[in-house]
Ligand binder design. Structure first.
Ligand code: GUN
Length: 302
């Protein structure tokens, strides 16, 4: 058997086209576009490349995009004041503070200062609570889990009654995706198990999974013999395992490896996401979806 590839890079294009179309319609009917501000503190190279891509994608979608770069030395009080300014700005519907922040700034305090109704990352405790309640209560599902769910749905994989095993219990991926898959509704209604570093027999649980979602940050952790034949495998891992010279650009680029032993797993699974080009492209896409949703909430058309 060779698994069907779930290509986030292609699904991303479909979703962005849907977003662009909706933005144009709302612009015509209401004279408004989503406003998204991205606050970047310092010069972390990985953060710069994330933010650059976010800005480019937002512009492509027809958003008003504000990129607010602040020096590494900004005080916590000044950063909080900046967030307060955007909280009160009616043309801004989404506020994103790029993580990580410098050590002298309390990340939790900063994330909690964002108006929950502009928190398009879905990291504020109010939005975490809304996700837990589920249904129409959910405003902004966190972007990577939302992207995973979208991939599963668009691949046509049945989730109702499915055994879902989530490897990893992070606040950004493991815990929220488990919560989303257990709720009633489309792309959910599953029986969910979360496994983690203290789990006694990882292989045992993984082998039971109809849908295996791996977000452990350990390259090649999941072996092919841990996969139930025909299962849907979602690999969230993006691990830098070395560098190579790109054939296209001649520049040094990272060699990326997922949490799943892809070359062997593809022979056992029914569906699998590649790394790169699987879950990765979905995060920014779902951020755009959340920013559009935020505008729709303010217009009463969500
Ligand atoms: N840093 C890495 N990924 C993310 C993300 O999804 N959101 C924010 N705010 N910072 C990040």
């Amino acid at each position: 058997m060779t698994a069907k590839l779930i290509k986030g890079s292609e699904i991303r294009e479909q979703i962005l086209a849907e977003i662009k179309e909706e933005v144009q319609k709302i612009k015509k009917s209401h004279g408004k576009v989503p406003g998204l501000v991205t606050i970047l503190v310092g010069q972390n190279p990985a953060s710069i490349s994330y933010v650059t891509l976010k800005v480019k994608t937002a512009e492509e979608c027809g958003f008003k995009e504000v990129q607010d770069n602040q020096p590494e030395t900004i005080s916590e009080a000044d950063l909080l004041a900046l967030i307060d300014k955007y909280n009160r700005d009616d043309s801004i519907h989404g506020i994103l503070v790029q993580l990580p922040l410098p050590k002298h700034i309390n990340e939790k305090k900063v994330l909690n200062a964002i108006d929950p109704d502009k928190d398009v990352d879905g990291f504020h405790p109010v939005n975490v609570g809304r996700l837990m309640i589920g249904g129409s209560e959910v405003k902004f599902p966190p972007c990577t889990p939302a992207g995973i769910q979208e991939l599963i749905v668009r691949a046509g994989v049945e989730t109702k009654g499915a055994e879902v095993v989530v490897v990893g219990r992070s606040n950004i991926v493991g815990k929220p995706i488990a919560m989303m898959m257990v709720q009633k509704g489309v792309g959910a209604n599953s029986t969910v198990t979360i496994v983690h570093t203290a789990t006694k027999d990882l292989a045992y649980h993984c082998k039971r999974a109809d849908i295996l979602i791996v977000a452990a940050g350990v390259p090649g952790l999941v072996k092919p013999e841990w996969i139930k034949p025909g299962a849907c495998v979602i690999d969230v891992g993006v691990n830098r395992v070395g560098e190579k010279i790109s054939e296209k650009t001649g520049k040094k680029v990272a060699i990326l490896r997922g949490d799943v032993d892809f070359d062997e797993a593809v022979k056992v699974a029914g569906y699998i996401t590649p790394v790169p080009g699987g879950v990765g492209p979905m995060t920014i896409t779902m951020l755009m979806k959340n920013a559009l949703k935020s505008l729709k909430f303010t217009l009463g058309i969500a």
